[in-house]
Design a protein around this ligand. Structure first.
Ligand SMILES: NC(=O)C1=CN([C@@H]2O[C@H](COP(=O)(O)OP(=O)(O)OC[C@H]3O[C@@H](n4cnc5c(N)ncnc54)[C@H](OP(=O)(O)O)[C@@H]3O)[C@@H](O)[C@H]2O)C=CC1
Ligand SMILES: O=C(O)[C@H](O)CS(=O)(=O)O
Length: 490
């Protein structure tokens, strides 16, 4: 467990990656005061980070606007080269970046290592895509007319990202933005700014030009968001977080008709049919529900099990989860770290209390861990029903509610009965069932016989109130490009 910055530095091969300053215009700078970053496993302050208030945010935007003009003149191949160096440095420093991530966010080190590789994969992928930003020619509408379509960078892009993936949620946006020729201003979550400043150190070392990539940590998210939305030099806002905050930002961005990408909340159904491989479904449910301690937008929030296999699935899930370990994410063999804060613990407790008051039964866990702090027992409840809070609200914690259902049409209707539409999952073998269910689920992502769907190669994103736009895949760069056509008389 960690108690001070000194101890965290001692764990790093390269302590200079533990950067408490902001990164603006190619310089590491102090802010107007500092704010504390704590280690969730112990609650001790591990860093005091530069607090960038609105005037300095405006300054970062001005630096980005100036730098972007030249950055856009680089060839795609030149941008690809420097992005590839950034990727190589991320992977060369994967262990240190993972330790910093676990220290500020709490997830087990093995998961943090995975996040660093996942985050870096977006830089790797979009470095390549920088060379493939194609336009087109269109046959003229008159004999003397020629039409050419160009794709050009939108300009300055600003990001606001959550604490649960403090590395990957930034690189998933900065990768396509920089590949497209945009400049980027990142505002990380107050709880987890160190992962962002660490990749700024590596951006600097990779030779990304001053002002192209900027990190502005702050203790006042709404102030930064207002500057991003009201500053005419910002032409793109990209946000990952709750739907509630997404709505606020979209309203604010409307005044400058700003392009937005929104990766918002989820409420993922995880469906187990009676023809499923139950052991595989149990394994998938554990990965899908308990990854990051349930603190991901694509975690299973509702687990529906067909009546004929309900008892078997519940028993096997309980038997597997009770073997898993809770503890400090920096220790070996840990599956569940601490939750991010006390508010997160309260939400899990509220969902459990609501469910048991309405007839659900806790068959595993249900209480804070004896470790204290924000550690919580992984919990499974049976007898879940649609009048319970977790049917409509994202728990964002280690709570697995098991619902029983009878047939396909019933469970598809239950699964789709939500304002969200990000990720969904089901286990089945019958081919016609697989096609029918996959096509009828109203989600941006469907996992079939798998509980993990995240990759840089696919267009990640939601429908309904889970968001706008896609991140990853060749589609991901389109959100950072403007289309222009030239109509020429010859
Ligand atoms: N679709 C997706 O890919 C993802 C969705 N989410 C969703 O986000 C939620 C959990 O993450 P959480 O961080 O609590 O979500 P929040 O929406 O509360 O916060 C997300 C980010 O927005 C910032 N923020 C909060 N209020 C404002 C505001 N008024 N103006 C500008 N920025 C603001 C936060 O800053 P600060 O924290 O510093 O206050 C944080 O950096 C869940 O609902 C989850 O489903 C989370 C991750 C991924
Ligand atoms: O923030 C999240 O929850 C991520 O979007 C989930 S994933 O992309 O890491 O799977």
């Amino acid at each position: 467990m960690l108690d001070t910055t000194t101890e965290l530095r001692s764990l790093l091969k390269d302590p200079s990656l533990l950067e408490h300053r902001a990164y603006i215009g190619g310089q590491f700078v102090d802010g107007d005061g500092t704010f504390d970053v704590t280690n969730p496993a112990r609650g001790d302050v591990i860093a005091q980070v530069a607090d960038i208030k609105r005037p300095q945010v405006a300054g970062a935007i001005a630096q980005a606007e100036a730098a972007q003009k030249d950055w856009a003149k680089w060839t795609g191949k030149e941008r690809a080269g420097v992005l590839r160096k950034w990727y190589d440095l991320m992977m060369a420093n994967q262990e240190d970046l993972a330790v910093i991530l676990t220290a500020e966010m709490g997830k087990p080190l093995a998961e943090a290592r995975g996040e660093i590789a996942y985050g870096a994969s977006f830089i790797e992928f979009f470095a390549e895509e920088a060379k493939r930003i194609y336009g087109e020619t269109i046959p003229g509408h008159q004999r003397d007319k020629r039409i050419t379509v160009l794709k050009q960078p939108i300009g300055v892009a600003a990001s606001i990202t959550p604490w649960n993936f403090p590395n990957a949620m930034i690189t998933r946006k900065a990768g396509p933005a920089l590949a497209a020729g945009c400049a980027f201003v990142a505002r990380p979550a107050e709880l987890t700014p160190l992962s962002a400043t660490a990749i700024a150190v590596l951006a600097d070392r990779a030779g990304i030009p001053a002002g192209v990539f900027n990190v502005v940590p702050s203790s006042n998210a709404s102030e930064t968001g207002l500057e991003f939305c009201e500053n005419n030099a910002v032409r793109k806002l990209t946000f990952t977080g709750s739907t509630e905050v997404g709505r606020i930002l979209m309203r604010q961005a409307a005044d400058t008709v700003m392009k937005c990408s929104m990766e918002l909340g989820g409420n993922a159904p995880f469906i187990v049919f009676d023809d499923a491989d139950i052991d595989a479904a149990v394994e998938g449910a554990i990965m899908c529900k308990f990854r990051n301690n349930g603190q991901t937008c694509v975690c299973a929030n509702r687990i529906y099990v067909q009546a004929g296999v309900y008892d078997e699935f519940a028993a096997k899930l309980k038997a597997a989860v009770e073997k898993m370990n809770i503890g400090d994410g920096l220790d070996d063999g840990i599956h569940f770290g601490p939750l991010i804060n006390a508010k997160a613990v309260t939400k899990v407790q509220d969902h459990i209390a609501d469910a048991t008051a309405k007839g659900a039964e806790v068959i595993l866990g249900g209480n804070p861990s004896e470790l204290g702090g924000t550690f919580f027992q992984p919990t499974i409840v049976t007898g879940a029903s649609k009048d319970m809070l977790f049917s409509t609200d994202e728990t964002f914690g280690p709570l697995a509610p098991l619902f029983k259902f009878e047939d396909e049409d019933e469970v598809i209707a239950l699964a789709n009965d939500t304002i969200f539409g990000l990720a969904s999952y089901f286990y089945a073998k019958d081919l016609s069932r697989v096609y029918k269910v996959a096509e009828e689920l109203e989600y941006g992502i469907v996992g079939v016989n798998t509980g993990i769907i995240s990759t840089e190669l696919a267009p990640f994103g939601g429908v309904k109130q889970s968001g706008l736009g896609r991140e990853g895949s060749h589609h991901g760069i389109e959100d950072y490009l403007e289309m222009k056509y030239i109509c020429m008389s010859v």
